[in-house]
Design a protein around this ligand. Sequence first.
Ligand SMILES: Nc1ncnc2c1ncn2[C@@H]1O[C@H](COP(=O)(O)OP(=O)(O)O)[C@@H](O)[C@H]1O
Ligand SMILES: [Mg+2]
Length: 499
Amino acid sequence: MYIVEMQKVTKIFGELVANDHVDFQLRKGEIHALLGENGAGKTTLMRILYGLYQQTTGDIFIDGEKVTINSPKDAIKKGVGMVTQHFALVPPMTVAENVVLGYTDSFVLDQAAIEKKVGEAADQFSLDINPKSIVRHLSVGQRQRVEILKALYRNAKVLILDEPTAVLVPQEVDSLFETLNRLRKDDLSVIFISHKLDEVTKITDRVTVLRDGKSIGTVDTVNVTQKQLAAMMVGRDTFGVTRQTEINPDNKKILEVEDLCALDDKGLPALKNLKLSIRSGEILGIAGVGGNGQKELAEILSGVKSPTSGVLKINDKNLVGKDPSDFSKMGMGRIPEDRHEGVVGDLTVYENLALEHLDEYSKNGFLDKQAIRKNAEELIKNFQIKAKPSDRIRTLSGGNMQKVLLARVLSRQPEVVIAPQPTRGLDVGATEYVRQQLLEQRSRGAAVMLISEDLDEILSISDRIAVIYEGEIVGTINAQDATPEKLGLMMSGALREEA
Ligand SMILES: Nc1ncnc2c1ncn2[C@@H]1O[C@H](COP(=O)(O)OP(=O)(O)O)[C@@H](O)[C@H]1O
Ligand SMILES: [Mg+2]
């Protein structure tokens, strides 16, 4: 007998089949992973269970009874709660107010009474939160706890967590896992959406793998290896990409940044006296939770944003005050962070490959289309892009679009390569390809900056790792001295390490 059973659930958006006859069964008191790559259909399936979408066909049973779930309100009545990827809390209100919001009939809230009730609920579920705290003052991990409490306060028996660790540092992940282990003992059932194999094997009892909207199967976690799960998820065997050699200590410094200060779009300090350098043949990983200045740093390093003060040098030549085309001429190459902003969707692959360098293809004021096409054909071959030169770029998959961007930037052999979040949203195959390309840039002597929120990625290919926190580098360590725990402490601002 299952607490939740989904039978042959299909969800179609226009022409896209997001869920294709998916069977899913949840036992009482288990933590059940829904594992799959981006776009596999995990969120869609759970949005159906939570009443945010209606299935096109298929049936849902709760406690053996067939149900229709038309809204989250319906879902909550039936004991299903969901913590989505983007929290729905009201920042100026207290924890207690947020928890009861929308769940009481009275308009006027009796502060003392709700704080007492919410406090009791927090105790009951051993969730460490002060009901009086204003949500705005809470860390991301604490906010997530409020969301979980909110669901439990509504008597959820089934808790859906959509990629709950994506926003957390490693210590917060540990604390979340302790919470989930306690809730499991209280017979709560948890659906844990993830694409991270280490987490899934650590915390769950069973795993259901989705691929291209279809269920590939459900397995007991103790009976599978991460490699087997990866193969189910991707549909083929995977290999790992890691840095194999040490950097030559005689290599010269190519990029130097000193005392760099900058403001964000709102005019608030985003970078504070930031200092770093990268040598030829070196990958410097910039680790940090998103929103700590990474975006501004990448923009400044490509010349699209100006610092308020500081030094920025490439091969001892000053870059401050130059425009993006000077940056590129002086040897800077940035892979755009947002793939869709880096391309012009309605233009073809060959046109996109020539963007930013059109001056090189103009003769007497006319574009040499033949040269542009020839260049494109070569790059398509060298970078293994699965597309024709004349395809419109927006029809390409994320992985192929990223290859176009890599080809455009890397084919010019820049001395410095800035790669902000280069594998975000890519599947395992494309991710391995991108990491391999960065290693090849390193081998040919480029100075590479890898900005990533993915610690595994940082650890697997960097020579040194600098941690960015609130716009400062709080420490730089050699990759062989780095552990996820140490980086996690630095990423949360709790530990500083002098280089
Ligand atoms: N509201 C929507 N309208 C159209 N397509 C959608 C919608 N939501 C999701 N999709 C598509 O459905 C597929 C599955 O998405 P999703 O369930 O979010 O995957 P996952 O959570 O596994 O990354 C994707 O191709 C996505 O683009
Ligand atoms: Mg999702």
